[in-house]
Write a protein that binds this ligand. Structure first.
Ligand code: GLN
Length: 501
């Protein structure tokens, strides 16, 4: 398609700017990316809905028979690594593959990972998890980067384009647990995992079949072959080191495992010291400090939010009344609906409430709260959700189960929190990042999600009936205290942020 000019990037923008033939009057490429990410998220959340349940189900019932602590460790290592790998994944695209090829290779690895988990052996289970981690690291950051490259910075459709893309994410994430949990929990775990793979494979076929819509963007870097080879080697060694570190932290000697949180926080602290003393220019220090402060609060948010797939999922299975009327029971051929169906609730609320939030921000215009205050509100809501679960835990009583609406309330609070914090975090990071550091600062954002996921998994390790009330009360207190601290810090953060608000 492209106009033949020296700089393929500017041709891309020119082409996309004129193009209104895609979804909602957007460039055609957005349609391809919408479905690619929709099916990738389908596979991610479909499998995630089953993961902890499968690991903690007795071997006699087709599961792995692990205790909660062990299963939570594996879960945490997996979900934390998925987001951690976005950092080398983004680097690979910029320095070796280009974003389009990175998405393709990532998608193939993910599909292979799910198919590997469809086989009923322990080796294929772990091989599958590693393949998905590597594949998602390549696909997830780069598919978003391609969305960005479809628009010029001033294209008025840009933000709406990302909102449409986020809808695709949640359509996939909402649909998957309905299908995969039904198959996994009621028929066979491995059939559920396989279904995730089938949809990822369809996503790739679609990405390739409609590849011409993206042929003007996401090119590989124009380096000589020997530089590409050297970069590929550096990237692979770096990736292998990260994988080994995670394996050591989670499955290495007990002393290392005991100090895991301290080692992880220490690692980030060392990275920050290096960043501030040796890498940043003096004028970059203030905005990057603001990003670092928001990073810490973002970790707290995701550490609670991302318990959806771990402790909340266990709560759905073990302590929620999921019985259904006889007619439905006959239809689904089970007396209860699958626990994993709750995993769809967040996406359902997100799709319904996103337009409400856009309307509120539009109405408030310049009167809307600053980014740190929206962040604090997000933290408050995620804390409120955990408080609902703490309350529910206190009502478990003799029947051993609470009503089905408690978890819906939890996910409603969490989705409101997500809508307040997640878009703000992304856009503030991109606006604050000095232009030479945009990629690195996006990596910092993904790192906060990764750390949140690691800690969310740790919490699930303490999941047991007797500990529930105390556990969720602590989980609720963390973000609420963080929200108060953030409100107090807001004037200073706004000073660091300068003109960005
Ligand atoms: N649900 C969104 C996604 O899967 C956001 C999750 C996150 O950023 N932690 O992309």
């Amino acid at each position: 398609m492209g106009t033949q000019v020296a700089n393929p990037g500017s041709a891309a923008v020119l082409d996309s700017e004129k193009d209104t033939t895609g979804i909602g009057g957007h460039p055609r490429g957005l349609t391809t990316l919408f479905f690619t990410e929709m099916w990738e998220r389908f596979s991610y959340y479909g499998m995630r809905a089953l993961l902890i349940l499968y690991m903690t189900t007795a071997i006699a019932n087709g599961g792995m028979g692990l205790d909660n602590k062990r299963a939570a460790s594996i879960y945490a290592a997996y979900v934390g690594s998925v987001y951690l790998m976005s950092i080398p994944g983004g680097w690979f695209a910029d320095n070796v593959l280009g974003t389009r090829m990175a998405v393709l290779v990532g998608g193939v690895l993910i599909a292979c990972g799910h198919f590997s988990m469809a086989l009923p052996t322990t080796v294929s289970f772990f091989a599958g998890l590693i393949l998905i981690v590597l594949g998602t690291g390549l696909l997830k950051p780069n598919v978003s980067a391609i969305v960005g490259s479809l628009y010029s910075p001033n294209d008025p459709r840009r933000d709406a384009g990302f909102s449409i893309f986020y809808m695709g994410i949640n359509l996939g994430a909402g649909l998957a647990p309905l299908i995969c949990s039904y198959l996994g929990e009621n028929i066979s775990w491995h059939m559920g995992f396989g279904m995730a793979g089938i949809f990822m494979a369809l996503g790739i076929v679609q990405f390739v079949a409609h590849g011409e819509r993206l042929s003007h963007v996401g090119h590989p870097p124009a380096f000589p072959p020997e530089t590409l080879r050297r970069n590929a080697l550096i990237g692979s060694v770096f990736t292998a080191l990260i994988v080994l570190t995670v394996i050591l932290l989670y499955f290495g000697p007990q002393t290392i495992q005991d100090y895991r949180p301290a080692i992880m926080i220490g690692g980030v602290a060392l990275g920050l010291i290096w960043l501030f003393t040796s890498y940043l220019k003096p004028e970059e220090k203030k905005p990057v400090s603001a990003i670092v402060v928001l990073f810490c609060f973002s970790v707290v948010f995701w550490a609670v939010f991302e318990q959806a797939g771990s402790s909340f999922n266990l709560f759905a299975r073990d302590f929620t009344d999921r019985s259904v009327p006889q007619s439905i029971a006959n239809f689904i051929r089970a007396p209860e609906f699958p626990a994993g169906w709750y995993q769809s609730v967040n996406s359902f609320f997100l799709i319904s409430l996103a337009p409400v939030f856009s309307w509120i921000w539009l109405r408030l215009g310049t009167r809307q709260p600053s980014s740190p205050i929206k962040f604090a509100l997000g933290l408050f809501f995620v804390g409120a959700g955990a408080l609902v679960l703490a309350l529910a835990s206190s009502f478990i009583g003799i029947s051993g189960k609470v009503g089905p609406y408690w978890l819906i309330g939890v996910y409603l609070c969490h989705t409101i929190g997500e809508l307040l914090l997640s878009p703000v975090g992304l856009s503030t990071t991109t606006k604050l990042a000095p232009s030479r550091l945009t990629g690195l600062m996006m990596g910092v954002w993904f790192l906060s999600i990764s750390f949140g996921n690691f800690f969310a998994g740790e919490v699930a390790g303490n999941f047991s009936r007797d500990a529930l009330l105390g556990l969720f009360a602590k989980v609720a207190a963390g973000p609420v205290i963080a929200a108060v601290i953030l409100v107090l810090l807001t004037p200073s953060i706004r000073k660091l942020m300068g003109k960005v608000n």
